[in-house]
Design a protein around this ligand. Structure first.
Ligand SMILES: C[S@@+](CC[C@H](N)C(=O)[O-])C[C@H]1O[C@@H](n2cnc3c(N)ncnc32)[C@H](O)[C@@H]1O
Length: 255
């Protein structure tokens, strides 16, 4: 069941419209081996297993660039889900022009969209899971899609990011770490709404869905750490990344 049904429905509708409007400007803006801004890459972390012959599923696949990376690394089947129709149109064009035959599903990650269960070797999500309006339902669904011993890998903003502002040359704790209420802001000119989850919210959702966490990465990449930076009030600044993780990455195994 989706929690707070009416609000969640409105949030999904708003976010879908905004992602449809933003999709073209987002095309290929990130791609594996990158997990996010100023964080160690997959080349360094080596979280993915060998993909040869594997069935992989990307939640919030955007323009499909990560799925191409999986295919180039030997994946047998590539599946992607995104609620933005425009993102999926771009992904379909990009992947078919690359000679691949993706399975693409246009639906919210929280919904029951008839996907196969006990089927995938790897489910991953790069900067998309945090958009969910119902974390527990989404993690439960992912657990069902995976085979036993299947792997889930995902990255998202570190929960501290939403509480800490850059002000007067300092990082200041302005929000509450405990506040998990939805909040809205303007992204590339479009209104979007997300929830900030505590780290315990993520870990407990995984535990409740039968996952064992193998690795939690809360790091800034070595190159950023090795240099000095002027103060900046931008959200993903290297100044901030020197003092705290901008993202977290989790690798979990379905027991
Ligand atoms: C920051 S983008 C990341 C896309 C891709 N993983 C990448 O890194 O380039 C977030 C994606 O999540 C999708 N999204 C947002 N909320 C969603 C939801 N509830 N269900 C499915 N997809 C969603 C958006 O349409 C968007 O494509």
């Amino acid at each position: 069941m989706i929690e707070e049904n009416i609000n969640s429905t409105k949030i999904l509708e708003q976010n879908k419209n905004s992602w449809d409007a933003m999709a073209d400007s987002w095309f290929g803006s990130t791609a594996l081996p990158s997990y996010g801004c100023l964080v160690p890459s997959e080349e360094e972390l080596q979280l993915f297993p060998a993909l040869t012959g594997k069935k992989v599923f990307d939640i919030g696949c955007g323009s499909g660039h990560f799925l191409k990376w999986c295919k180039e690394h030997g994946a047998e089947e590539i599946w992607g889900l995104d609620m933005s129709t425009r993102q999926l149109e771009n992904a379909r064009t990009y992947l078919t022009q690359s000679g691949y035959e993706p399975h693409l599903i246009n639906a919210p990650m929280e919904s029951d969209c008839g996907l196969p269960t006990d089927y995938f070797d790897v489910v991953y999500s790069i900067y998309a899971l945090g958009w969910t309006v119902d974390l527990n339902t989404t993690i439960d669904r992912i657990s069902r899609y995976l085979k036993r011993d299947g792997i889930l890998i995902f990255s998202w903003d570190h929960p501290l990011m939403r509480c800490i502002d850059a002000e007067g040359e300092k990082l200041v704790l302005n929000g509450s770490y405990f506040d998990e209420n939805p909040f809205s802001y303007i992204q590339r000119g479009n209104p979007v709404t997300i929830h900030n989850h505590k780290m315990s919210g993520w870990i407990n959702a995984l535990a409740g869905a039968g996952f064992k966490v193998e690795k939690l990465v809360e790091e800034t990449d070595a190159e950023t750490l090795s240099q000095e930076y002027e103060f900046s009030d931008s959200y993903y600044s290297p100044f901030r990344a020197k003092k705290m993780p901008l993202s977290f990455i989790i690798k979990a195994v379905k027991l």
